[in-house]
Design a protein around this ligand. Structure first.
Ligand code: TYM
Length: 333
């Protein structure tokens, strides 16, 4: 049987190789399986949990849609829409925030990382953000949610919220408890400058990530400057121990070429790092530049991107408004 897929990406600019390998590449695979029903959401309500320039936000929403399409998601086959277009997300998030417990949210590591030392100054939205994410998923009865490893804890929270709602209101199986789809390997792509940190949109140095809008020269330059260690190329997985940068670069190679880590290690065992980096950048240029060029082409056709979103909003709204109506009845409104 096909799966009901839901996933989201924040339109906060600088979509990068981590978003692609951890999430979007998987979206495309799921989109291509005709048995699946897929919904991919540009989560603009999540984006405003940290301050956004309104003009930039609008631009980034379009850029995220363009990235989905350029990567291979077909808007005729899958629903692509932006979250703020469907009112049920905000309504659902409120109702579920009365089900979720403070203690559960207090355990969320991403909030702690994002809020940093000055938690008092973080927005309430940043704190309650995983509840909005739960509403996103549960409104569509999603069975599977493809995400990178950093979203695992939020999905566990979503499962807890669904179960508690069903228990509290005595509605067995009403909110469907979703399964995460997280790749076993390479589900966390690290910064090119520090193998212990996740590749991230918000990292100040652009050299820390490959953006999906980078051109050939930028990619080659970033891989040339990527941090490595003084040892030679590893000959086995064991030799990767304590070498996060080497592991990350080999992982990127393996993921992009659909090889296992072992095979990739064997292939470069007798090379030096600069030879490996040359092959890695050639592979990245081959895979990422066509996407980057397509994004730029699509961005010139704003009316196409806007109408894609509008069509998506209409389709998503039909599903979500039915579910929120039932939720409201169950709650007693
Ligand atoms: P966001 O926008 O931060 O990231 C989008 C997707 O990219 C993955 N990702 C990575 N994967 C591997 N390595 C990395 N370095 C890396 N960085 C990001 C993320 O895991 C994610 O899958 N809260 C979510 C968006 C969201 C959502 C949802 C997802 C909102 N509602 C409902 C699924 C279902 C987020 O902020 O992702």
């Amino acid at each position: 049987m096909g799966k009901k897929i839901f996933s989201g990406v924040q339109p906060t600019g600088n979509l990068h190789l981590g978003n692609y390998l951890g999430a979007i590449k998987n979206f495309v695979k799921l989109n291509n399986d005709t048995a699946n029903e897929c919904i991919f959401c540009v989560v603009d309500l999540h984006a405003i949990t940290v301050k956004q320039d309104p003009k930039e936000l609008k631009k980034n929403i379009r850029e995220t849609v363009a990235t989905f399409i350029a990567s291979g998601i077909d808007p005729k086959k899958s629903i692509i829409f932006n979250q703020s277009g469907v009112a049920a997300h905000s309504e659902g998030a409120w109702i579920l925030s009365c089900v979720a417990r403070m203690g559960w949210l207090n355990r969320m590591t991403q909030f702690k990382e994002k809020a940093g030392k000055d938690k008092e100054k973080a927005s309430i939205g940043l704190y309650s953000y995983p509840i909005l994410m739960a509403a996103d998923i549960l409104l569509y009865d999603a069975t599977h949610v493809p995400v990178g490893d950093d979203q695992k804890q939020h999905l566990e929270l979503c499962r807890d919220i669904a179960q508690k709602f069903n228990n509290d209101f005595g509605v067995v199986d009403f909110l469907k408890v979703p399964e995460p789809l997280i790749q076993k390997e390479f589900s966390r792509i690290m910064s090119l400058k520090d193998g212990s940190k996740k590749m991230s949109k918000s990292e100040l140095s652009d050299l820390s990530r490959i953006n999906l809008t980078d051109d050939k020269d930028q990619i080659i330059n970033k891989i040339k400057k990527a941090k490595t260690d003084p040892l030679s190329m590893p000959k086995s997985i064991n030799e990767l121990e304590g070498r996060p940068e080497a592991q990350n670069l080999l992982g990127i190679f393996a993921n992009l070429s659909n090889l296992t880590l072992e095979t990739s290690i064997e292939r470069f065992a007798s090379n030096n790092f600069s030879d490996f980096k040359k092959e890695l950048s050639a592979l990245l240029v081959n895979k990422i530049v066509p996407i980057s060029e397509e994004i730029k082409k699509l961005l010139k056709d704003q009316s196409y991107l806007d109408s894609t979103l509008l069509e998506g909003v209409e389709k998503a709204d039909k599903i979500a408004s039915k579910k929120i109506k039932n939720i409201k009845e169950i709650v007693g409104f």
